[in-house]
Design a protein around this ligand. Sequence first.
Ligand SMILES: N[C@@H](CS(=O)O)C(=O)O
Ligand SMILES: [Fe+2]
Length: 226
Amino acid sequence: MEIENYDTPLENENNEPYSDPSKVVRPKSLEELIQELHKIFAHEKVNVDYVQRLMTLYISNKREWKKYAKSDPHRYTRNLVDEGNGKFNLMLLCWGEAHGSSIHSHANSHCFLKVLDGKVREELYDWPSESSTTEMKPRAINEYETPCCTYINDNLGLHRIENPSHSDPAVTLHLYSPPFSECDSFDQRTGHKQKCKVTFWSKFGQRTPFGKRGTCQEAQQYAENN
Ligand SMILES: N[C@@H](CS(=O)O)C(=O)O
Ligand SMILES: [Fe+2]
């Protein structure tokens, strides 16, 4: 699948139903948003601006997403909402007060982040050189709140996200295409990177099996039953 920016002309612009962001229709519900995303990502070419606009237009409704919003007091959680026919992963991230991610890349995927509740702060970074031993300093800092949807990929740089509030949680909706299970995580003081596996705290509203009892077999059965 090829993903391109809006300023790259599409080969078949006249026949392409998902090419003009000004034509996006507001999805009436999370379910409708997901249906639209399925249609868009079934195409060979996907327009980043179109997806970003569609996600921006969705009006966050807690009643629709609260079953996915499984949080943890100690760190942010990743909760799988939809597997996008293998083309994308859609997930809800719950950020407790002052929770944040480390500086990370996105495994050559496209990453859309929409705020559903609260606010998040994003620090953007350039990739450090392979031999770096110096502290990484953000090149920009942004704050987002609903209905905003932002976008990043590895060509645009690295980022970390945090919930800047010490009193309110935050919830974000992330779409990654293609889906990934591993990314690079960076040590801010040195710029050194290491591979980091990313896992789900819950899938489709059910807490993911983990710990001693979370054997592969159980995980497999869980996947088959859900
Ligand atoms: N990309 C991060 C969340 S964020 O900090 O953008 C993740 O998937 O866990
Ligand atoms: Fe990220």
